[in-house]
Design a protein around this ligand. Structure first.
Ligand code: NIG
Ligand code: FE
Length: 407
């Protein structure tokens, strides 16, 4: 084993999310983690620590909780403007779809995003990623979806590529086919054709996305349109994710299962058949309690999904319309109190399960060989994080064996 260059010692509770420790979270007590070249080299008792390099960084956790870096499996971080006026309108009784049909909603963000420079979009997204990092997020999915036309969506994905290169975060870029452009709502077939014959091939040729997502719902794309888009995306090698059964049960979860999608996201209105289809296909449910909270929608049926054997991940859905938040720990609190997820299930949902749903089997866990991405918290019990609703206990975030954030 090469000499290690980072050691975190004197950890009170170490959540490994691997087989290294006890229970569903792989919990170790009084443990240490060591890393070499950005990868975990050792997890276990202090006594067994390997030799340190002369210039090794040693962090004394002082009895604190240490967990894998959080993984955000569903975020829309690149946009301009805000929709606080719509937030107020919804509280006074307007619905999300009414606002969108009147040219607001996603269309309002599209207009602001179109008017913004690349620098302004970079700056806004960078600030959001910094806030995600401050809440413990080390790996983050990043969707396009707020320019809609071919050149615009390519532009958003190139911005995401620049942000990924800047780091310190790890980004997983997704092409999101979001809604019909406002002036093309009468020519649906031509837009879908442009997506499959031009947008997707160009995204793939430039290597701009790992996944393709479609908003398959009332007010967005139909099942048939979505199937056509996902079929081409899959044939071109993109992994599939789907905004499914949020506003209405259109059978989108079953389509996600049929297409072998990695994830079906939202699911506030998923049917029993949709749940069974996800379970049979092994598709992960990405639940987004922030959207249900802000739109006053029903909570997604986490218990029924878990009971059926569907892996459940949690995301913020960070976006300017339905869920303006970067706090993944707040999503854990909502998942525990409202979705009735166990604390351990909520932790796995923002670590290992979320990482797996992004195809990152070396993130969201701490075991030899995995990425040295971890969070030291200013509390000593993993239950404290969802218990302190709206709090932020993140103390130190390490990415690739280097300190990326300190509170
Ligand atoms: O995940 N549901 C569709 N897309 C986003 C909302 C986007 C927006 O309103 O700007 C969501 O909730
Ligand atoms: Fe979303």
């Amino acid at each position: 084993m090469p000499a290690v260059d980072l050691v975190v010692r004197n950890i009170g509770q170490l959540v490994t999310c691997s087989g290294a420790g006890a229970g569903p979270l792989g919990l170790l007590r009084g443990a240490a983690v060591a890393a070499s070249d950005g990868r975990v080299a050792y997890v276990g008792s202090e006594a067994g620590l390997p030799a340190l390099a002369d210039d090794a960084v040693v962090i004394d956790a002082d009895g604190a909780l240490c967990t894998p870096g959080l993984c955000e499996p569903h975020a829309h971080p690149v946009f301009a403007g805000d929709r606080c006026a719509e937030f107020a309108m919804r509280i006074e009784g307007s619905t999300y779809l009414e606002i969108q049909a009147a040219g607001g909603g996603i269309y309002s963000t599209v207009r602001h995003t179109r008017a913004a420079t690349d620098d302004a979009l970079l700056k806004g997204a960078r600030e959001r990623l910094e806030r995600l990092l401050s809440f413990g997020v080390t790996t983050c999915e990043a969707k396009s979806g707020y320019l809609l036309d071919v050149e615009g969506e390519l532009r958003l994905l190139r911005i995401i590529r620049r942000l990924a290169a800047e780091g310190p975060w790890r980004l997983s870029p997704t092409l999101l086919v979001h809604v019909l452009p406002e002036d093309r709502r009468e020519a649906r077939a031509r837009y879908v054709d442009e997506v499959v014959s031009e947008l997707i091939p160009r995204v793939v040729a430039e290597g701009l996305a790992e996944s393709c997502d479609v908003f398959c719902d009332r007010g967005a794309f139909t099942i048939e349109e979505t199937r056509a888009i996902l079929t081409v995306a899959k044939a071109r090698g993109l992994a599939l994710r789907l905004h499914a059964d949020q506003i209405a049960d259109t059978g989108a979860a079953a389509l996600a299962a049929e297409m072998g999608a990695r994830t079906a996201d939202h699911l506030e209105r998923v049917s029993t058949e949709g749940i069974a289809a996800l379970a049979a296909a092994g598709t992960t449910a990405v639940l987004l309690p922030g959207a249900a909270l802000c739109l006053a929608d029903p909570w997604p049926p986490a218990r029924a999904l878990l009971k059926a054997g569907v892996p459940v991940a949690l995301g913020t859905d960070l976006n300017p319309g339905s869920s303006m938040t970067e706090s993944l720990p707040l999503m854990m609190s909502l998942a525990c109190t409202q979705l009735r997820m166990r604390v351990e299930e909520a932790w796995l949902a923002v670590t290992r399960v979320a990482a797996d749903s992004l195809g990152r089997a070396d993130a969201g866990r701490l075991e030899p060989g995995s990425r040295a991405d971890l969070v030291l918290w200013g509390c000593d019990d993993y239950r404290h994080v969802p218990y302190h609703v709206g709090g932020n206990h993140v103390r130190t975030v390490v990415i690739g064996g280097e300190v990326a954030f300190e509170a």
